[in-house]
Design a protein around this ligand. Structure first.
Ligand code: TYD
Length: 213
C-alpha cells in the first residue's frame, strides 16, 4: 500500500489532569464528520492483553525498568494488532498516549536513561522497516502542574499509581513533554489546556483542518 492511501496517526499527550481525555471523543467526532473512519484507542491498553497490562501498570508497584518494558510490550501488541492494520486500511488512528508518554513519565519522571528508551522505541516502532509506526501529529495539552492537580482533586476519583506521584514528578513529566515538542516541532502542536473547552476546540479544529481532516 502506498503512502497516499495510508491513514493518519494522531496521538494525544499531556500530564494527568491536562484535559486531553475531555477532547478525545470530540476529536473522533470531528474527524468522522469530515468523512474519516476513525479508530480511537489508548495506551497503555488498546488490546485485550494491553488492557490486562494496564491494570497492573496503574496499580502494582514495580521496578521502573519493568514498568518501561511492560509499557513497550503493550505498545508492541497494540501496533501489531490494531494500529498498523488500521493505518494500512486507510483509517485514521487517534491514540490517547503513545511513546512520548514513556519518554515523559519513565524518562523525565522516573529518570530512565534516554538511550534505553530510544532503543526500545526504535525496536517497537519498527524503525528501519518499510513501514515504521510513527505518529504524524501529536497534540500536547499543556497546563501548569498546580492547575492539573486541582482538576484531579475536584474530580474526586481514586488516583492511580502515576497520579499519586509527588508534585515534582509531574513537573519533570511536563518539562520532558515540552522538551520533546521543541525537539520535534514538525509533529507536535502544543495546546494551552488552561483555556475553556470551546477555545481549545477552536484551536483543535484549526490544527486538524490544516492537517487535512
Ligand atoms: P491516562 O491515560 O491518564 O488515563 P486516565 O485518563 O484513565 O487517568 O493514564 C495512564 C497513565 O499511564 C498516565 O498516568 C501516564 C502513564 N503512562 C506512562 O507512564 N507511560 C506510558 O508510556 C504511557 C502510555 C502511560
Amino acid at each position: 500500500m502506498n503512502d497516499t492511501t495510508r491513514g493518519k496517526f494522531i496521538t494525544l499527550e499531556g500530564i494527568d489532569g491536562a484535559g486531553k481525555s475531555s477532547h478525545v471523543a470530540w476529536i473522533a467526532g470531528f474527524l468522522r464528520a469530515r468523512g474519516k473512519v476513525v479508530l480511537s484507542t489508548r495506551e497503555p491498553g488498546g488490546t485485550p492483553l494491553g488492557e490486562k497490562l494496564r491494570e497492573s501498570l496503574l496499580s502494582e508497584a514495580m521496578h521502573p525498568e519493568t514498568e518501561t518494558l511492560l509499557m513497550f510490550a503493550a505498545r508492541r501488541e497494540h501496533i501489531a494488532q490494531l494500529i498498523q492494520p488500521a493505518l494500512a486500511r486507510g483509517d485514521w488512528v487517534l491514540c490517547d498516549r503513545f511513546s512520548d508518554a514513556s519518554h515523559a513519565y519513565q524518562g523525565g519522571g522516573k529518570g530512565l536513561e534516554r538511550r534505553r528508551l530510544s532503543a526500545l522505541e526504535q525496536w517497537v516502532h519498527g524503525e528501519g522497516s518499510s513501514q515504521p509506526c510513527e505518529p504524524d501529529l501529536t497534540l500536547l495539552f499543556d497546563v501548569p502542574c498546580e492547575v492539573a492537580r486541582q482538576r484531579i482533586v475536584l474530580a474526586g476519583r481514586r488516583l492511580d499509581r502515576f497520579e499519586q506521584e509527588e508534585a515534582q514528578f509531574h513537573d519533570r513529566v511536563r518539562h520532558a513533554y515540552l522538551d520533546r515538542a521543541q525537539k520535534y516541532p514538525g509533529r507536535f502542536r502544543v495546546l494551552n489546556g488552561e483555556r475553556g473547552l470551546d477555545e481549545v476546540r477552536g484551536a483543535l479544529q484549526d490544527i486538524l483542518t490544516e492537517f487535512g481532516a
